[in-house]
Design a binder for this molecule. Structure first.
Ligand code: AMP
Length: 283
């Protein structure tokens, strides 16, 4: 695997390869890799001539400095995993390479309601940071296709909005959420759970599965209230939100007839760790 830390090195390598007419699949990550990330790499390898992964813990998307400080960093293990997965190129820059003028840089992009609901509401500035880093990475890598997990469903909507706002010639490929055998969505943050918290965490998926099983049997309000109660019964969870919303607009539903793609979304704090998950209710 080729490993670059500079923009110029990455660009000139990819330019040379691109001149031969190859397709490039891109998987942006913040590292501390797990099977969810590797599934994106596999997906890219199936369709593209070259697959590049980036590892960058992007400071501008962290609204909580403690979260940034404690975000897991496991670069040498990540490199081994990427090599075993057959990834062709890794771009793993330092912050100064991406933000030479400092971290006050912004992207002038109106995200509309995406910034006012769920993750947007509870993590002010987060999606501006996400849009900024993904735009920068897209400018560096210039991929044919880019792979994102539905685990971060609202992030996918933000990136899709950004791609269409800037008319970027990049195909976005949404990938299914990969889960542990007990249902917990894989996440780099799971590493930070204590053994006791790790046993509690799958209750998030149990609540989502319950919402899915009861979709249409109860009103949206009844089902949301029941699911919230179930979630709150796990005393260790500090619930941030539980929403039943449309999968396209991400706006909360008041009636099942308002949406052909209803979804449920959860964010909780468990100890020091913030966990999110979602489920499509009609799939
Ligand atoms: P992260 O390193 O958390 O920023 O994630 C990098 C990419 O991997 C994003 O597109 C995530 O949505 C995706 N991802 C993270 N966890 C999972 C998972 N459990 N299943 C599928 N994709 C995931």
């Amino acid at each position: 695997m080729e490993h670059f830390t500079t923009i110029s090195g990455t660009r000139s390598y990819l330019d040379r390869r691109r001149a031969k007419g190859i397709s490039i699949g891109f998987v942006p990550t913040m590292g501390a890799l797990h099977h969810g990330h590797l599934a994106l790499i596999q997906r890219s390898k199936q369709t593209n001539d070259l697959t590049i992964c980036s590892i960058f813990v992007n400071p501008t998307q962290f609204n909580n400095p403690d979260d940034l400080k404690h975000y897991p960093r496991t670069l040498s293990r990540d490199i081994k995993m990427l090599e075993e997965a057959g990834c062709d190129v890794l771009f793993a820059p330092e912050a100064g390479e991406i933000y030479p003028k400092g971290l006050n840089e912004t992207i002038d992009l109106d995200l509309g309601r995406l910034e006012r609901v769920m993750e947007g509401k509870f993590r002010p500035g987060h999606f501006q940071g996400v849009a900024l880093i993904v735009k920068k990475l897209f400018d560096i890598v210039n991929p044919t296709r880019a792979y994102f997990g539905k685990k971060d469903y609202q992030q996918l909507a933000v990136i899709s909005h950004m791609v269409s706002s800037f008319s970027l010639p990049i195909e976005l490929v949404p990938c299914e959420t990969i889960r542990e055998s007990d249902g917990l969505a894989m996440s780099s943050r799971n590493m930070r759970l204590t053994i006791a918290e790790r046993e509690i965490a799958p209750a998030i998926y149990k609540v989502l599965a319950h919402v899915k099983a009861n979709t249409g049997h109860l009103t949206v309000q009844e089902l949301r209230a029941r699911a919230l109660k179930m979630l709150e019964e796990t005393a260790a969870f500090k619930v941030e939100y539980l929403e039943i919303a449309d999968g396209t607009t991400l706006l909360p539903l008041s009636d099942w007839r308002e949406s052909s793609k209803p979804m449920a979304f959860i964010a909780v704090h468990l100890g020091d760790v913030r966990l999110i998950d979602n489920i499509e209710l009609f799939s």
